[in-house]
Design a protein around this ligand. Structure first.
Ligand SMILES: Cc1cc2nc3c(=O)[nH]c(=O)nc-3n(C[C@H](O)[C@H](O)[C@H](O)COP(=O)(O)OP(=O)(O)OC[C@H]3O[C@@H](n4cnc5c(N)ncnc54)[C@H](O)[C@@H]3O)c2cc1C
Length: 510
């Protein structure tokens, strides 16, 4: 797997082997550190293509590194060279629907780019931005993109806890979802085009369809079923590398309102989703769920600083419902209140109305709270990112919790996530007496078996990577595996790019 020094010497001036320099690329977001044989730091897009061509021709295995927030260990090298996209972090152009276009100047900060774009837009008479597109290099962070768009009251709606570092290219490659996928779809749907190079260095131009509301009996998000005909989009870097992306942009809603609602069980929660959709249609921007265990961990973490609009916290689950309106004048808050109080007949004590920021703080603190609890318990943690069709999501969670309680009474389940698209983040915490490690295999099997019984997927939005490669080979339908294999052979004939992801076993050829 490790290329020789003479082969590495052929990769040009931006190939680095200094062990100190390699260190930061060896540590994944989660999991054990790996080992990099070299770092490739292309300075522009063309160099990415050249390097891929060289690596393919010389059978040099490569893993891709961008914002390094991926949770399935795809970016962790095991002797491969690391191809980092960190220099490709600049915006390129903003184009209005009528063809008027602004080209960003040389390398600068997001602040400067934002000011230049805003000045150009004002100079054009502040035209409407319906149908506009922003083209950016793949290594640009999601938050930087939104910083540039904000003065035009536009956004690229990826709502993830990792958006300050996660890159646009990473999100599009992984079809990342996040809290508002229920409204805008995944990052794959938020890209008009993704451009880059196949694993063997051939230029590629890929497109994916726009987001369509998914029938409740179908899986809305499933990163264990990549679509090879989308090319670079959603195929998680096993076919090629995205170097720049043309993004669909959306208006920032003039109004947003949110509420925390306690519910007796998840089937009841999903009935509320149905009712909210009937009332607000495509303006349901988020529909998240938080289990009592997750809420209690946040409460514990925040202590005195914990803020909740509810007086009591003893319901098994909580929903975070967020709705939006494009016009500033309608009474969105009144309409939401009427829906809750009259439509759902909720008593006052169960309407947790609060500023959006306060509710988001609870939701975004769960992972940190779970980390703290895991350290305190000292028994390790297993993390899952599953999804089922929305129609059975409530029943699925109820059954999974009961099943785990029966089979593994010593472990604790912390569940939260994107109920609007049937997505669940599941943390299983062990204790010093009952650590998860010795039971890990059995726990993983149990969680995935139950998920599969409900027509679900073992990977909703985080991708397959190397972490779930074996599961992909065992659980993905034969047609899905065959299509990915065929595309891999076509675009990566020597099996050099992310060679361990998806458990693909293309042996590198010499
Ligand atoms: C706190 C936290 C919260 C998160 N929340 C969410 C969430 O809500 N929803 C969600 O979906 N994910 C979430 N994630 C996971 C992660 O942010 C996403 O998977 C993201 O897309 C990774 O982007 P990155 O730039 O960090 O990629 P990296 O971690 O650097 O790369 C991971 C892999 O992605 C592929 N890749 C990256 N860039 C490219 C490219 N340009 N071309 C081809 N392949 C590429 C490669 O296979 C690479 O090995 C979260 C992570 C953290 C740490």
């Amino acid at each position: 797997m490790t290329p020789s020094a003479s082969v590495l010497a052929r990769l040009g001036p931006h190939c680095y082997v200094d062990p100190e320099r390699l260190k930061r690329y060896e540590i994944p977001e989660r999991g054990e550190p790996g080992r990099a044989s070299a770092l490739l730091l292309p300075q522009d897009e063309a160099e990415v293509g050249e390097l891929l061509q060289l690596c393919s021709a010389n059978a040099v295995p490569v893993v891709i590194s961008a914002g390094r927030t991926g949770l399935v260990e795809a970016q962790r090298p095991e002797g491969e060279v690391v191809l980092s996209l960190e220099r490709l972090d600049q915006p390129m152009a903003f184009t209005l629907a009528d063809g008027r276009s602004f080209t960003f100047a040389a390398r600068s900060t997001a602040d400067v780019h934002a000011a230049c774009l805003a000045a150009w837009w004002q100079g054009q008479g502040a035209p409407a931005c319906e149908g506009a597109a922003l083209t950016v290099q793949a290594g640009m962070a999601v938050d930087a993109v939104n910083q540039i768009l904000e003065p035009l009251a536009l956004m690229w709606p990826m709502e993830m806890g990792s958006s300050s570092a996660a890159t646009v290219g990473g999100c599009v490659a992984n079809a990342s979802a996040g809290a508002n996928a229920v409204c805008y779809g995944t990052a794959a749907h938020l890209a008009l085009h993704a451009y880059g190079y196949s694993a063997s260095g051939v230029p590629m131009d890929s497109a994916a369809p726009t987001w369509q509301a998914v029938a409740p009996d179908q899986l809305a998000i499933n990163s264990a079923a990549p679509q090879p005909d989308w090319g670079l989009i959603g195929t998680q870097g096993v076919l090629g590398v995205i170097t720049h992306v043309e993004l669909r942009v959306y208006p920032i809603p003039a109004q947003r309102e949110a509420v925390l609602i306690p519910v007796a069980d998840m089937p009841a929660a999903m009935r509320i989703l149905g009712a909210a959709r009937a009332e607000f249609g495509g303006n349901v921007e988020e529909f998240e769920f938080i289990s009592l265990a997750a809420l209690q961990l946040v409460r514990q973490l925040r202590g005195e600083a914990f803020r909740s609009p509810l007086a009591e916290h003893n319901a098994p689950y909580y929903l975070l419902l967020q709705v939006k309106a494009r016009d500033a004048d309608s009474d969105l808050a009144g309409r939401l209140y009427e829906f809750l109080a009259e439509g759902l007949a909720l008593p006052e004590a169960e309407i947790g109305y609060a500023p959006l920021k306060a509710l988001k703080e609870i939701r975004h603190s769960i992972t940190e709270a779970s980390n703290a609890r895991m350290r305190a318990l000292g028994g390790g943690r297993l993390s899952f990112d599953t999804a089922t069709p929305v129609a059975v999501f409530g029943d699925y969670l109820a059954e999974l919790e009961a099943d785990l309680n029966r089979a593994f009474p010593g472990v604790a389940l912390v569940a939260f996530g994107h109920a609007g698209v049937g997505g669940a983040h599941l943390h299983i915490l062990g204790s010093a007496e009952q650590p998860v490690a010795p039971q890990a295999k059995a726990l993983v099997k149990r969680v995935f078996d139950v998920t599969q019984n409900f027509g679900g997927t073992f990977s909703a939005e985080h991708g397959v990577g190397t972490k779930w490669g074996e599961e992909f080979q065992q659980r993905a339908p034969a047609a899905v595996r065959a299509a990915l294999d065929a595309a891999k052979h076509q675009h990566d004939p020597h099996g050099v790019l992310n060679p361990r992801s998806f458990g693909l076993v293309l042996a590198p050829e010499n």
